[in-house]
Design a protein around this ligand. Structure first.
Ligand code: VAH
Length: 312
């Protein structure tokens, strides 16, 4: 059985669908701090606060999972509004799970990190697995500290915890919450609803992104990989497609010729984006567990618009 904590977010929502398809609905328990908007009656859901260690322990004792996916976190932009809460949720939530996984001998843990662990002195292009990492957002600081914890619990206790430094994730099923890369999702919703979008990141802000299908597949491939193949126990760099708001705007215009893209200045998320890499070198993931992205900018744009058209 698998328990997912923080299942209502952008990644959790779609990772849960994939896990239920792969392992069967009766073997996947999703949980979050509150009920999701939509829950099918044959899906098992529990409300739990990841910061309430006793409640999480009771949940784990009830279901005896062999794997835990911990996706509960506060993202970069919201974290800058509530830094203490972001640190508390992102760090103590992870510590609770790492300690309970040891206590209850849970075989495998997945925990997401982010390209937010890189900072202004990290290499900007093809940022490597190992380099200077001086994150400037509390979210990035918490993810970098979390990576160090994961590697420590693996080295010291043999815990099989696995992690991916996700780039910005693009999806249409669930709107993202409080991220800096969210412009690349909002742009599609706005293009279809209003034919125009005002980007809060500047035209030339290049960031590494990944389509949700690729992110979910890559996550399951990492979790399925034989432990002895994995050289990285902090968190794997994962790249996908790097583009700027101007480039994705051009791609959308090929399908929606009347789409108008404008820009808003002085958004606090610009400074966060400027501290992050433009592209990622994910050769460790390619070598250790055959990672390969499949969606390029054109294919992702087509798929996003087709799906949003039928769902809006
Ligand atoms: C954010 N979507 O913007 C998340 C992610 C790399 C970006 O960490 O905070």
């Amino acid at each position: 059985r698998i328990i997912m904590i923080g299942a209502n977010g952008q990644i959790g929502t779609e990772l849960a669908v994939a896990l239920r398809q792969k392992f069967g609905k009766e073997h996947v328990i999703t949980s979050d701090i509150r009920e999701p908007a939509v829950l099918k009656d044959d899906e098992i859901f529990e409300t739990v606060n990841v910061l309430d260690k006793q409640a999480v322990r009771s949940l784990l004792e009830k279901y005896q999972p062999t794997q835990i996916y911990l996706l509960a976190a506060m993202l970069s932009a919201t974290g800058e509004q509530y830094p203490q809460k972001a640190w508390d949720l992102n760090m103590n939530g992870l510590l609770n799970i790492l300690d309970l996984a040891l206590e209850l001998d849970i075989k495998k843990i997945f925990w997401p990190s982010s390209i937010a662990v890189f900072g202004p002195h990290s290499p900007k292009k093809q940022t490597g697995q190992y380099c200077i990492m001086d994150p400037t957002s509390i979210y990035g600081i918490s993810k970098l500290a979390g990576e160090r914890l994961c590697e420590y619990y693996h080295q010291k206790y043999g815990l099989d915890v696995r992690s991916i430094r996700y780039p910005g994730i693009i999806s249409w099923k669930t709107a993202p919450g409080g991220g800096t890369t969210d412009y690349a999702v909002h742009i599609f919703f706005e293009a279809l609803k209003h034919g125009k979008y005002a980007s809060f990141l500047s035209a030339s802000t290049e960031l590494p992104m990944l389509y949700m299908e690729d992110a979910v597949r890559g996550t399951l491939e990492l979790m399925d990989a034989p432990a002895e193949q994995l050289r990285i126990r902090s968190s794997y760099n994962l790249g996908g497609i790097s583009f700027t708001p101007a480039q994705i705007g051009q791609e959308i215009k090929k399908i929606l010729p009347n789409f108008e893209l404008s820009y808003v200045d002085n958004d606090p998320r610009q400074a966060i984006a400027d501290s992050w890499p433009a592209s990622i070198d994910d050769s460790y993931a390619r070598e250790d567990w055959n990672w390969e992205p499949t969606f390029d900018l054109e294919a992702m744009t087509k798929d996003m618009i087709e799906n949003l058209k039928t769902n809006l």
